[in-house]
Design a protein around this ligand. Structure first.
Ligand SMILES: C[S@@+](CC[C@H](N)C(=O)[O-])C[C@H]1O[C@@H](n2cnc3c(N)ncnc32)[C@H](O)[C@@H]1O
Length: 433
């Protein structure tokens, strides 16, 4: 589909002599990137082990372009070692200065690309509230957090106005990756051009202003907030920031580091597909005046059973019927808010036996298990295990009973060893099809 006429006029005004370059960029293929999950593996260790060609995305130290197929069916993807993320989408969370121990809110979080990036920055310390108004999209978000091995998140599905007073002045860092008209997606997803005609900047701008105002209300003095969109419209970007600056006199814009091709003004940074290798984004970093203190907790063993353990920062064990969860200990009563998951699901306690959950395996490190089966990524048993099959044990030194199955030292899931057989304990919804 052609670009909508009124959009063409807006972009001509915005880009002036660069407009033809923008148009020709729309005919080039979209670019693909993956972001290494540094909650599980360091960048050098991942690059040393991963067999595909990767090249760095200039504005995000954990993001890399890839050019091959097969990335989304690789065992390392299954192990949560990376997340496939459009290159320019890695900028917002990379400029939010999240530190371990922070209380972080991702207000429009689903499907979870930026949430998992924020969780990696927290390194398991502090708490991450991941919210999205759409319950169905929250299910995808929850799975992304589980696969990434995140222990300290709470997934809620609420309108920002429902959270605003409850969490007034509570968060150190907030990401508002707002719903938008998606102009930056026109190359990757031409269907966005049709939805732009139905819901364009005039539809989204009032919604974005309201979402951002609620977010600022939840930010601590001294806190930082990123507002981002994947659109170029001044109405949805600069004018939304101006509205927040008009409403909150203790708010100001903070410059973000420049990378080649960025377009920067007093409101933020724009990424255009003819200037950078990516689809397009707008990012603004805001600071609230003042200062606040926080302290980092040390990680303790929080749960241990049958030779498997999970460590956590400031967490408590909670039982909901048979389900056992490791829950971040926050001082806010979430009664009345739809909570899809609070913390990490450890497993189900059925009296005589305890069944470990797949999210627990994803949140463990090899040293958290007394009994591990180590498989190399070249071993054909890796894919058989991921397909839910029983696998043979060769001469690996594993003991009978619960066992953590690892690919190159990275946990994939549980099994139970009897003799020379490993019975597969992947739950059906995690089996690779
Ligand atoms: C751009 S997407 C977020 C993408 C996500 N941050 C990521 O990186 O994977 C915007 C999200 O805002 C949510 N949304 C729509 N209206 C909303 C509202 N009024 N309040 C909060 N979230 C809203 C949508 O469901 C959608 O998931």
């Amino acid at each position: 589909m052609e670009l909508p006429e009124s959009y063409q006029q807006e972009m001509k005004q915005l880009l002036k002599e660069e407009y033809p370059d923008y148009l020709s960029a729309l005919h080039k293929p979209a670019l693909h990137a993956l972001r290494i999950n540094t909650l599980k593996i360091s960048v050098p260790d991942f690059l040393a082990a991963f067999p595909y060609d990767l090249s760095p995305v200039p504005w995000c130290s954990t993001s890399f372009y890839y050019h091959q197929d097969g990335i989304t069916t690789d065992p390392y993807d299954y192990a949560g070692l990376y997340y496939v993320q459009e290159p320019s989408a890695s900028l917002p969370a990379s400029v939010l200065p999240v530190e371990p121990g922070d209380k972080v809110l991702d207000l429009c979080a689903a499907p979870g690309g930026k949430t998992t990036q924020l969780a990696a920055k927290l390194q398991g310390q502090g708490v991450l509230i991941a919210n999205d108004i759409s319950v169905s999209r929250c299910q995808i978000l929850l799975r992304a957090l589980e696969r990434a091995g995140v222990k300290n998140s709470i997934v809620t599905s609420a309108a920002p106005s429902q959270l605003s007073d409850l969490f007034a002045g509570w968060f150190d860092k907030i990401l508002v990756d707002a719903p938008c008209s998606g102009e930056g997606m026109f190359r990757k997803d031409p269907a966005m051009r049709t939805s732009w005609l139905e819901k364009g900047p005039d539809y989204y701008a009032p919604l974005q202003k309201e979402i951002l105002a609620n977010a600022v209300h939840m930010l601590k003095p001294g806190g930082r907030l990123v507002y981002s969109t994947c659109t170029f419209s001044i109405k949805e970007d600069e004018e939304v920031i101006q509205d927040a600056l008009d409403r909150f006199c203790d708010l100001h814009v903070v410059p973000v580091p420049y990378a080649d091709g960025f377009v920067q003004n007093a409101y933020g940074t724009k990424l255009f597909p003819h200037r950078i290798k990516g689809e397009g984004h707008f990012v603004c970093l805001l600071a609230k005046d003042g200062s606040s203190e926080k302290h980092i907790e040390k990680q303790d063993v929080a749960f241990a059973k049958d030779g498997m353990q999970v460590t956590a920062d400031h967490a408590q064990i909670r039982r909901i019927k048979e389900k056992i969860l490791l829950e971040p200990d926050i001082d806010i009563d979430l009664h009345g808010i739809r909570v899809l998951r609070s913390g990490l699901l450890l497993g189900e306690d059925k009296g005589k036996q305890f069944a470990f959950s797949q999210p627990m395996a994803m949140a463990m490190r090899e040293e958290d298990a007394e009994n591990c089966l180590y498989l190399s990524r070249k071993d054909e048993r890796v894919m058989r295990y991921l397909r839910g099959e029983t696998i043979d044990i060769h001469d690996e030194p594993v003991k009978p009973g619960w066992c953590l199955v690892c690919v190159d030292h990275n946990p994939l899931g549980f099994g139970k060893v009897t003799g020379h057989i490993l019975k597969n304990k992947l739950s059906s919804s995690w089996v690779m099809h």
